[in-house]
Design a binder for this molecule. Structure first.
Ligand code: ARG
Length: 591
């Protein structure tokens, strides 16, 4: 249930009625353009929500804002939801939700596998994420794209969207000439899988040869030509390379628990057949022009300060195609073949200009319907504790696979210190879940667009906005149910919710539980998983506060009160679990 949206809707209707009445009496106001500002109240005595639209409206109607607030209250129908509303200060409307209504919503969510979250959309959304370059091992830079993209995918799917994952892997381009030439030499002594067991080393060796070895650079260039002209032997070699490189990525996906599979790969090479067609089409329709042998699109919209238009190259003078050409072809495919309504692309912020230009060109060429929502979702960099790009001590980039192994190791040490009587297997399983969860959560919980500092100690802490804290809160609730010997998942009981003056932490927890769907909608709108993290963190903190103030299993708590509190606890746990699962993080029964 979307509580925020419901309230906004009710106030919108009220304002429309109010304006209609005023317009009939001679005013001239367009109700459609009026904002409907509704926010969460900052203090419990102000109720749960606050409507702040009376002041702006009163200016337009030239009336006292408190009077307008009163008129709004006369028009708004909130009887089913609100216990009462009151006008405060210059004309704020405080909304106090009805405790019975809140309790009903909690009960309904407890009895429903989707926790009462509705399917709100049928949009077809292409999500382009992870997208490593296959000529290299995946490194930490791809961590963000992979896990942020995957979290957004899962939220969109939960909300009903038809999501098409696309792993736009960099599997084509001139650098493959050098790699294939080197591979073909290596194959004389060893198998491809051995030669490519460490892609980073392999790449480095090839580069050294390219820079120093006589004749090698020429051979590399020959390979490029052969590859592009579809030479069978060369393609076979390329396929071998790609296949092994993809399996390296897959190992990382498995470790991360990311939902990408081979079927989701739609690499750059997939668009090759369309590139000449696309360039011809853009030339014919005079979107592109020939310029010094190359084919380019001039973009006066993005001129520099001297008025020179930006130049977007789609074919180099030697005939080669570029990253940009492929991205245009991808748009044609996604909007044409797939009829997607929305595209979301997750890469680091340095590619922002590229996607801005790409969108502009595609819109000029009508490759996208006007209604298509094309979104580059940029993210900041992962920094070391020194504030510089994250590197190993020796200064090389860190491989993702190594980083994840370290996370598990560190978590294992921590868990061993805390755990009483756990077997090695149990410890290992917990360490895996906690370690990977911590790395992912540390990344997901930061505002996507800013840089963030990678810090083992804070991400593995059991306090604060971390995965271990949330996982711990979940196990805490599980243990309450174990102690009570009640099965949590199917537990339903009549719930009562107190007034804030009677039990503030109970009421705050209940309200938070009702806001789950609002949080998910915000994640989907803003492509921002950190909003879900913040929500879950607040939920877990409120549960802990509630549990401290309101004992559940103590003998002096009567049965109906105990069950009501168990109902709140169960929904808290289920919401944590569902939320974490969309972030790609598992929960544990015990830790
Ligand atoms: N392979 C690119 C990189 O690692 C990311 C591709 C993103 N997607 C796209 N459609 N360009 O930087």
């Amino acid at each position: 249930m979307l509580i925020q949206a419901i309230l906004v809707d009710r106030f919108k209707q009220a304002i429309e009625k109010l304006i209609l009445a005023h317009n009939e009496a001679g005013a001239n106001i367009d109700a459609k353009t009026l904002p409907v500002p509704l926010s969460k109240s900052t203090r419990p005595e102000f109720g749960e929500y606050q409507f702040n639209g009376a002041m702006a409206l009163s200016k337009q109607l030239k009336k006292n804002p408190r009077e307008i607030a009163q008129e709004i209250l006369e028009h708004v129908s909130l009887d089913d939801i609100a216990h009462h509303c009151e006008i405060a200060g210059p004309g704020f409307i405080n909304i106090h939700l009805d405790s019975n209504w809140i309790a009903q919503q909690i009960e309904a969510a407890n009895g429903n596998a989707r926790l009462n979250v509705s399917k709100q959309t049928k949009q077809k959304v292409v999500v382009d994420y992870s997208s490593p370059n296959l000529a290299k091992e995946m490194h930490v830079g791809h961590l963000r794209s992979t896990i942020i993209g995957d979290a957004v995918v899962k939220v969109l799917e939960f909300l009903g969207a038809d999501v098409i994952r696309q792993n736009h892997m960099g599997d084509w381009g001139t650098q493959f000439g050098m790699l294939l030439a080197h591979l073909s030499d290596k194959l004389e002594q060893s198998q491809a899988s051995t030669a490519l067991s460490d892609l980073e080393d392999f790449y480095r060796e090839a580069k050294v040869r390219f820079d120093n070895e006589e004749g090698f650079a020429d051979r590399a260039r020959e390979y490029v030509v052969k590859l592009q002209s579809g030479d069978e032997q060369c393609l076979a070699l390329w396929e071998q390379f790609i296949d092994i490189s993809i399996s390296h990525s897959e190992e990382v996906y498995t470790k991360l628990g990311v939902s990408l599979s081979r079927e989701d790969i739609m690499g750059e090479s997939a668009y090759n057949p369309d590139l000449p067609v696309l360039v011809k089409d853009l030339l014919e329709r005079e979107v592109a022009v020939r310029d010094q042998g190359a084919v380019v699109v001039f973009l006066p919209e993005l001129a520099d300060k001297n008025g020179n238009p930006a130049v977007y190259i789609i074919q180099k003078s030697g005939g080669g195609y570029l990253y940009a050409t492929t991205d245009l072809a991808a748009i044609r495919y996604r909007c044409g073949k797939l009829s997607a309504d929305r595209t979301m692309i997750f890469t680091d912020a340095r590619q922002a200009l590229h996607f801005k230009q790409t969108e502009l060109v595609a819109r000029k060429a009508n490759y996208m319907p006007a209604s298509h929502h094309y979104q580059h979702c940029p993210f900041g960099m992962m920094l070391g504790k020194d504030g510089k790009p994250f590197k190993t001590r020796s200064g090389t980039t860190i491989k993702l696979a190594d980083l994840l192994d370290e996370a598990i190791e560190r978590a294992a040490k921590l868990i061993a210190q805390r755990a009483g009587d756990k077997s090695d297997d149990e410890l290992q399983e917990i360490a895996q879940t906690v370690g990977i969860g911590a790395v992912k959560y540390a990344d997901l919980s930061k505002n996507r667009t800013t840089d963030y500092i990678f810090d083992w100690d804070s991400m593995l802490s059991f306090e604060g906005n971390t995965a271990p804290y949330l996982q711990y809160a979940y196990t805490r609730i599980r243990s309450i149910f174990r102690k009570a010997d009640i099965e949590m998942d199917n537990f339903t009981a009549p719930v009562t919710v107190a007034n804030h003056s009677d039990n503030e932490s109970e009421r705050a927890l209940a309200i938070k539980l009702l806001q789950f769907e609002d949080a998910l909608l915000a994640v989907s709108n803003e492509a921002a998983p950190h909003l879900l993290c913040t929500y879950l963190y607040e939920l877990a903190s409120l549960f802990m506060k509630f549990y401290e103030a309101s004992p559940i299993l103590k003998t002096d708590v009567d049965a109906s009160l105990r069950d009501s509190r168990l109902g709140l606890a169960a929904l808290s746990a289920k919401t944590l679990k569902q939320g974490l699962s969309m972030l790609g993080i598992d929960v544990l029964e015990q830790m």
